[in-house]
Design a protein around this ligand. Sequence first.
Ligand code: UT7
Length: 328
Amino acid sequence: MSLLPVGIIGTGKYVPDRVLTNKELEQMVETNDEWIVSRTGIRERRLSSPEQASSDLAYEASLKALQAAGITAEQLDLIIVATITPDMSFPSTACLLQDRLGAKKAAAFDLSAACSGFIYGLANASNFIAMGQYKYALVVGAECLSKITDYTDRNTCILFGDGAGAVVLGEVAEGRGFKSFELGADGSGGELLKVTGGGSRCPVSPQSIENKQHFIYMAGSEVFKFAVRIMGNAAEEALRKAGMGKSDIDLLVPHQANIRIIQSALNRLDLSEDKCMINLHKYGNVSAASIPIALAEAVEEGRVNEGDCLVLVGFGGGLTWGASVIVW
Ligand code: UT7
């Protein structure tokens, strides 16, 4: 059975208006702008309003992606939302989005792979199209991490922000589109980055709230070591599967967690910073939304040209990782 070439035919992003600066964080926890910038590269991040949930952010980003792709929501066959901050346990954020968009014929589900979720979503959706089963799919990364962040914990509250990025997938010209995916997981590292409260192991209770189990817990330096190792490995493996090498990369679009993690990936891939999309100084770490926001912004800025070789690479809770090589 021959597979159809599949690629990204439209991108969009949305970030809430409210900016939380490092200076403001200085008033909230014992930290300072110099520490945050030198250790992470982050200068500010966006926060959703009390009324906004992940589906609201996803909706705005999706409208832009659909417009860029030149298709209507009714034409969508599939919607995947990668998120660790769904509006609610169920129905899925993807179903809420499907209704809001009026994407009546689209199947819809959420995907949980933390910061790697968007790449996992691309891999899933592209297979349906490559097989000829579906024509158009919407893949979204949407997060309201501020709603699960403890703003008294300086280890985590300086890092995270809110936002959404969306792409439409469809058939593209021969030779273009996704060339490979590299997905992986190491569940033995699950303890390093987690929210334990509110699930079936630890339902919400006065005790779980008192223990702050509804907030993100992260063993930062352990995750850092994992990230440094896995970013290079995953990108190299995706390139190998695509029959390409480091020198073929025109633009790296990495997960925006920490500038030092990105720099180590650049060293490993022998790339200079001008071949890398970096926007974490503006948005911080937006988990599953980081890569699609960075991609949409790269497109907006005219940094992606036809025929360019892009490498998307991310890592996150699970632990999980994912990379993809795309010829634009
Ligand atoms: O999306 C995927 C998930 N997350 C990540 O990718 C995050 C990966 N990890 C990181 O980015 C880094 O580990 C952090 C930015 C979270 C922390 O940087 P670090 O260089 O690993 O610092 P550290 O945790 O080793 O802490 C160094 C010191 C500690 O003080 P002592 O014990 O040396 O006295 C911390 O208590 O810095 C202290 N510290 C802070 N100081 C000022 C930790 N957080 C802060 C802070 N402001 N916000």
